[in-house]
Design a protein around this ligand. Structure first.
Ligand SMILES: *[C@@H]1O[C@H](CO)[C@@H](O)[C@H](O)[C@H]1NC(C)=O
Length: 133
């Protein structure tokens, strides 16, 4: 009985620590175009998404302590989806705070990033790559 109790406590601690504690968010802040996004990890393809101006999409994930979590994303600017960028959207070693959110924003002049809460102010991480794949 005692052992079961201890097991349950440990078990719930593990669940609480690993279940969807982080979030990846991508947002369209272009002036007037659709932003296409595609994110992948080693295990998951999070699909293709077409965001309207002002729209965002969020992917909760576990930062599994037993594996190295890595997400990488692509963004394409409409209407022809030639202007694009590829970037690492999340790496386990970035993890520093409880329940962090990793926010990537597509704007006219590039791809911006901010980690919330307590992160650095929004900054431009990448300019757009104008060479079509
Ligand atoms: C831009 O994109 C093209 C096509 O995907 C790629 O070959 C090239 O290396 C990229 N350039 C930079 C600077 O990332």
């Amino acid at each position: 009985m005692n052992n079961l109790f201890i097991f349950l406590i440990l078990f719930s601690l593990c669940i609480g620590n690993t279940l969807g504690i982080s979030k990846l968010i991508l947002k369209n802040e272009l002036q007037n175009q659709i932003l296409a996004v595609r994110c992948k990890s080693k295990d998951n393809n999070l699909g293709d998404h077409y965001l309207r101006v002002g729209q965002s999409i969020g992917f909760p994930f576990n930062d599994n302590v037993w594996r190295r979590t890595l997400f990488w994303c692509r963004m394409w600017k409409g209407p022809d989806y030639k202007i694009h960028q590829v970037f690492d959207a999340y790496r386990s070693k970035w993890k520093s705070e409880y329940r962090p959110t990793y926010l990537w924003i597509g704007r006219e002049d590039g791809v911006y990033f901010r980690q919330e809460p307590y992160g650095k102010p929004l900054e431009r991480k990448y300019e757009w790559n104008k060479t079509a794949p």
